[in-house]
Ligand binder design. Sequence first.
Ligand code: SAM
Length: 369
Amino acid sequence: MTLSELTLDREGLAAAIACEDAAFEAALREEAYRVKVATVGPEVYLRGLIEISNICVKDCLYCGIRRDIRCPRYELSEDEVLASARIAARRRFGSVVIQGGERTDAAFVRKITRLLGAIKAIDTGEDPPLGITLSLGEQPREVYEEWFDAGAHRYLLRIESSNPDLYRKIHPDDPLHAFDRRLQALYDLKAIGYQAGTGAMIGMPFQTAEDMAGDLLFYKEFDAPMIGMGPYNPHPETPLTLSGAPYPSAEKRFSLGLKMIALLRLLMPDINIAAATALEVLDPRGREKGILAGANVFMPNITPEEQMVKYNLYDRKTILRDCPVSGGKGDTHICKNCVFPFCSMGDGLTGKKVVIGYGRWGDSKHFTG
Ligand code: SAM
């Protein structure tokens, strides 16, 4: 297949996803990067990722923090979350993402509401207050409203798979995990006024090229202003892994991850696309390669290190520590793998004109116009 043969309909996308020709994949990534720069510019926007808790009421069959898995649980205190948010402010990341296991109890909901107010009050010097994305799963509409009113303006809720049959295979068959419930939550977020982002895992058991093409078309139909999708990575103790259902090799999942970013950039040129952490598990420069394939959002992980290692969605032994607060020395220690200029020890993105959107929210052009 060549780039000129690519069509962005279901058939064409599925053919591109199935095509394993290295020259085609390289040309596709190159073209997606060109379209990104021409449409949303060379900027990469940062979101300091704060993994607030691995306690979850859901029991998703693929997830290493699912309710029924035995693992050490944690929940960051409000002070710990604010300390991480202050790191984001000092480093001029512009935004934070608060992500965690799903909880709908009143204590947790109120805690998030308080935190939103406190994060908005952090002194950012001449920059605007920190932008805030939440990724805390399905919530009643009133909770989404409460958090929106308290200052959250973006929300990431992956559809995981847009194919309801595949969705059913990777989730328990009960009302708490129903596909329609997830879809409704996405529509609630949109109606409230959030930049409602979604995404799916890539390279899962049972997933076909047609399913992945369907995911891309779902993003387009939902008119998502931002997408955070990434490769599926098996966790050794989840029912999905233990079932023995086959899934593509790590190499293939990685190249599929990049290819999906590139195809999405061509399909929806002006949206925000994140270079997911899951890419980094498969390649030490995975997120950088995601940026070079058309993504424009990068999320340095600023969760305190001793808790970060417990946010074990999948085997993350290889994961870098972006900006851990280590040994009580504040945010001075930065991982050597860090690829952007904010990291004094990193070697930077070479050969491409990448500009970091320091101190800016970097909202989706698709949303703001
Ligand atoms: N509770 C929130 C939610 O459900 O949206 C946010 C936390 S959840 C752990 C964040 C994302 O992790 C999920 O949307 C899922 O796609 C991803 N995830 C979980 N297990 C994974 C795995 N084994 N491989 C890749 N991604 C995984």
